[in-house]
Design a protein around this ligand. Structure first.
Ligand SMILES: C[S@@+](CC[C@H](N)C(=O)[O-])C[C@H]1O[C@@H](n2cnc3c(N)ncnc32)[C@H](O)[C@@H]1O
Length: 222
């Protein structure tokens, strides 16, 4: 799996974030080489298993992912639309800038970057207000099965005091819906976690226009 570098602007669009959403503490898991934490004021924690690597090895992986990502998009141009980015060059520039911001912040504020992997995060229950999860759950449903997703969702809602947002909810490559999504939402509902599928302003992967928003049990919907 590539350690990709989405920017703060991409996160704000993918998760339809308003300033109020970011008033409490935020967990970005899986953060990879994203610059969301670097660009966002406040209490942001970034978690990813790749942070167990040394900084130099991680820098190599993050920069390599930029090239591999560009190549994958060139090979599969019909699977993407460009209305949000404008041009492939603007997307590539945004990702390169994000990668460098991430690497600089990792060096300057290493305490914000914690090694950890779903479905077992090194965080206590209800320890963050908002959890953001970009391009792991559902994206990799062709590799990570329903059982893994059930455990990963349980872990994300365990650490969230207010809500969890996951983007996108379709499989990478094909952009197909994930067959077990509804069943997992029903299980969450039975545990007291309401969820909604909500359109977001971000556009790139065809079919990937919605995030899943899950409320922590007992938290009232806005
Ligand atoms: C496609 S990248 C997404 C990174 C970032 N969120 C972004 O949008 O650019 C997927 C990330 O998931 C991380 N990852 C892989 N397995 C994981 C797990 N079990 N728990 C948390 N993160 C994981 C990888 O290290 C990688 O950085």
């Amino acid at each position: 799996m590539l350690v990709t570098s989405r920017s703060g602007a991409e996160y704000r669009a993918m998760f339809d974030l308003a300033p109020d959403d970011l008033t409490g503490s935020v967990l970005d898991c899986c953060a990879g080489g994203s610059s969301f934490a670097a660009e966002t004021d406040g209490r942001i924690l970034a978690v990813d298993p790749a942070y167990a690597m040394g900084r130099e090895e991680l820098a190599v992986r993050v920069r390599m992912a930029l090239h591999e990502g560009d190549r994958m998009i060139d090979r599969n141009a019909d699977r993407f639309e460009w209305g949000w980015y404008g041009t492939p060059g603007r997307r590539a520039d945004m990702r390169r800038a994000a990668a460098e911001l991430f690497l600089a912040d990792l060096k300057g504020r290493p305490e914000r970057y914690v090694a950890g992997a779903l479905p077992h995060l090194p965080l206590s229950s209800g320890s963050v207000d908002l959890v953001l999860c970009s391009h792991l759950l559902f994206t990799w449903a062709d590799r990570l099965d329903e059982h893994w997703h059930r455990r990963a969702l349980a872990e994300l809602v365990r650490v969230a005091r207010r809500e969890v947002r996951i983007f996108p909810v379709v499989v990478q490559g094909t952009g197909e819906p994930v067959g077990f999504l509804d069943a997992l939402r029903a299980e969450l509902r039975a545990l007291g976690h309401n969820s909604q599928l909500r359109d977001v302003p971000y556009r790139f992967q065809r079919g990937g226009i919605q995030m899943l928003r899950i409320e922590a049990a007992g938290h009232r919907r806005r």
